[in-house]
Design a binder for this molecule. Structure first.
Ligand code: FE
Length: 198
């Protein structure tokens, strides 16, 4: 049942054809993502599998010209990211469970938490970017169950040089990988077309 994801990818591509400024892109793209995560009946099981030790990132779609990518971020119980940046805009939509995102700012050469962590509940959407705040640490809000969020980035995020910010200071080069080697098949609409022809 990949139709909601296919419709999202289609609409997101059309939005990018209009070359919106970032505020408009995050607002309109955020609304599309909110529609996608308003229902939790479309993510194939293979892209929802946690790993006992590490959070997983499954590529769901990479735009043919790498204008954007869509990833399912699967948290095992208690799992967390390091403090990291993105260097491109990102949208995070909560699909299942819940996560905390804690923003960080640089003060006197050190990256420190800024304000309260944001708690995302199913259906919620959050944005990051170098313009609005790009450094955060994210964790599963639950110690006893899996949480899943759907991320959209303004690039093929698996091909972006970015950074983690270790507690001892400085920053380290970071390129995130993908946990999957296969992609969901968004493009086989033959069953739909056959039944519509009857
Ligand atoms: Fe992030």
């Amino acid at each position: 049942m990949t139709r909601p994801l296919r419709e999202f990818v289609h609409a997101f591509g059309l939005l990018l054809y209009t070359r919106p400024e970032e505020p408009q892109l995050l607002a309109q793209g955020g609304a599309l993502l909110r529609t996608l995560v308003a229902r939790d009946d479309w993510l194939p099981e293979a892209f929802a599998e946690p790993h006992p030790e590490y959070y997983r990132q499954y590529l769901l779609h990479a735009d043919s010209t790498e204008r954007f990518s869509v990833v399912s971020f699967v948290w095992g119980p208690g799992q967390a990211t390091p403090v990291h940046d993105h260097t491109v805009w990102g949208l995070i939509g909560m699909l299942r469970g819940s996560e905390f995102s804690q923003g960080y700012v640089e003060r006197e050469g050190a990256w420190v938490p800024e304000g309260e962590a944001v708690r995302l509940q199913p259906g919620d959407v959050e944005a990051v970017s170098p313009r609005i705040g790009d450094v955060h640490r994210v964790r599963n809000a639950f110690d006893d169950r899996v949480s899943i969020s759907i991320h959209v980035y303004g690039a093929n995020i698996g091909a972006v040089r970015r950074h983690t910010y270790p507690p001892e200071g400085g920053r380290r080069l970071f390129v995130s990988g993908y946990s999957n080697t296969l992609l969901p098949n968004l493009w086989d609409r033959s069953a739909e077309l056959r039944s519509a022809a009857e």
